[in-house]
Design a protein around this ligand. Sequence first.
Ligand SMILES: Cc1cc2nc3c(=O)[nH]c(=O)nc-3n(C[C@H](O)[C@H](O)[C@H](O)COP(=O)(O)OP(=O)(O)OC[C@H]3O[C@@H](n4cnc5c(N)ncnc54)[C@H](O)[C@@H]3O)c2cc1C
Length: 218
Amino acid sequence: MNIRGNIHKVVNIRDLTESTYVLRMEKKGLKFVAGQNLNIGIAGDTERRDYSIYSAENDDYLEILVKEVKDGLVSKRLRKLKAGEELDVDGPFGFFTIKEESRQAGKFLFIASGSGIAPFHSFARSYQKLDFKLIHGIRHSNEAYEREHYPEGQYVSCVTGDNNGDFKGRVTEYLRLNPPDNNTLCYLCGNVNMIYDAFDILKEKGLPSENLFAEVYF
Ligand SMILES: Cc1cc2nc3c(=O)[nH]c(=O)nc-3n(C[C@H](O)[C@H](O)[C@H](O)COP(=O)(O)OP(=O)(O)OC[C@H]3O[C@@H](n4cnc5c(N)ncnc54)[C@H](O)[C@@H]3O)c2cc1C
């Protein structure tokens, strides 16, 4: 099925690593709440995929952060686009968002694996005063995507494949050693196995289910 969305031109693509990039496109007045996603295809192509919005609510462009998946169809095709080429964009969709009243008083823990950092970038850039810590599970320390965009001390990389991260090991190991207070609102995003494992740890540590929110990518 080809869902018809709206045409947004590509503005540019910036590479973050060999396999990950940020695609910037025209905003064209699209309104969204940080944490929501878009359903995107190349104009004229039937293949479409969901991508969290990486940019902030008030930016005058839209960005998505994409990890090129080995043998993946769309993530590879998007990277080859040039400025001016057209995307078919539908949305925004999703409820992985922060209620306005919690933004003011809440304390947040964001837990991401890989490209699952995208909605947290949008949270951090949209709500400048948010009280959060972000823990990011990655294989190599060069995958700490644009960590300079987060306030000093609030981004923690958990790196399994080299010794240059803030923490050596998986996010789940970090969580066991550094559990959040029980009143923390915990948002988890990325790979389903990481999310299940982290959920179990947080519940074991006494966090109530109503404080846990998840967005599964694959
Ligand atoms: C709500 C939602 C939001 C998403 N947001 C993002 C986002 O912000 N950035 C992003 O890069 N992806 C995101 N994804 C995943 C994205 O929709 C695609 O699945 C991904 O880009 C692969 O598409 P593809 O066509 O290249 O691969 P396909 O040809 O569709 O699939 C190839 C295989 O890769 C697996 N796969 C999908 N994603 C990954 C991954 N990151 N690492 C390893 N294997 C993977 C799939 O399960 C499948 O088995 C999101 C998914 C959902 C459901």
